[in-house]
Design a protein. Structure first.
Length: 212
């Protein structure tokens, strides 16, 4: 979703027409924005990531707000200072109940995620208050998604977009064997498996790590 604000006129929704935009929706909303929050980026007027999240949360669903928050973290727009600023600015604003819980769970690892799927799993793990893994670090020269060094445990998160073809599956298998040969326990979790049963998926990982 792309959200565009203007101080006048009716709110409206447009669906993307081109191949690149066919899965995208443009929401035009009516907002009175603080001029101090507006900046110019590539000839377009835009608000700061903090203000954008706050405005977006007013009308978006919980799922859309979570996606936007994680994408902002992935891109490095929401770090500790921005998370605190956003939390303070949310007071009395529409959408606060959707965004505030996400801000309270911010950790530096969210700025190391490489996909919203990785961020979703990390947020759900944070919510359980278990010991946190290292995120996207190299172990014996191979980058892994999540690593608990004290447990010699690696969790690889396989999103469908990058792990579904035979070549990538062969690469994933070789990496798993390489790490297991050096004493690491390696588990793989696909997006489909997690989306179907997030609670059960994390229960199994936590049990194997000895956290349950």
């Amino acid at each position: 979703m792309i959200q565009v604000a203007r101080p006048y006129g009716q709110a409206s929704i447009y669906d993307g027409q081109s191949k690149a935009m066919r899965n995208c929706r443009v929401d035009v909303v009516r907002r009175q924005l603080d001029p101090a929050s507006i900046r110019r980026v590539d000839r377009l007027e835009a608000v700061s990531p903090v203000h954008a999240l706050i405005e977006f949360a007013a009308d978006a669903s919980e799922r859309e707000v979570r996606f936007a928050f994680l994408e902002a973290c992935r891109l490095g727009f929401i770090k500790k200072r921005e998370a605190m600023e956003c939390f303070r600015a949310l007071h009395g604003r529409p959408g606060a109940k959707k965004l505030r819980p996400l801000l309270t769970m911010w950790v530096p690892g969210l700025n190391r995620i490489k996909s919203v799927f990785e961020g979703r799993v990390l947020l759900d793990w944070i919510d359980r208050k278990y010991p946190l893994p290292e995120i996207n670090v190299k172990v014996y020269g191979r980058e892994v998604d999540q690593h608990w060094p004290k447990k010699d445990f690696v969790l690889e998160l396989d999103g469908g977009a990058y792990h579904s073809d035979p070549v990538q599956r062969a690469i994933d298998l070789e990496k798993s064997r390489f790490l297991m040969a050096r004493g690491k326990t390696v588990r793989r979790l696909t997006y489909g498996e997690y989306d179907a049963d997030p609670v059960g998926s994390l229960d199994r990982i936590a049990l194997e790590l000895g956290f349950m």
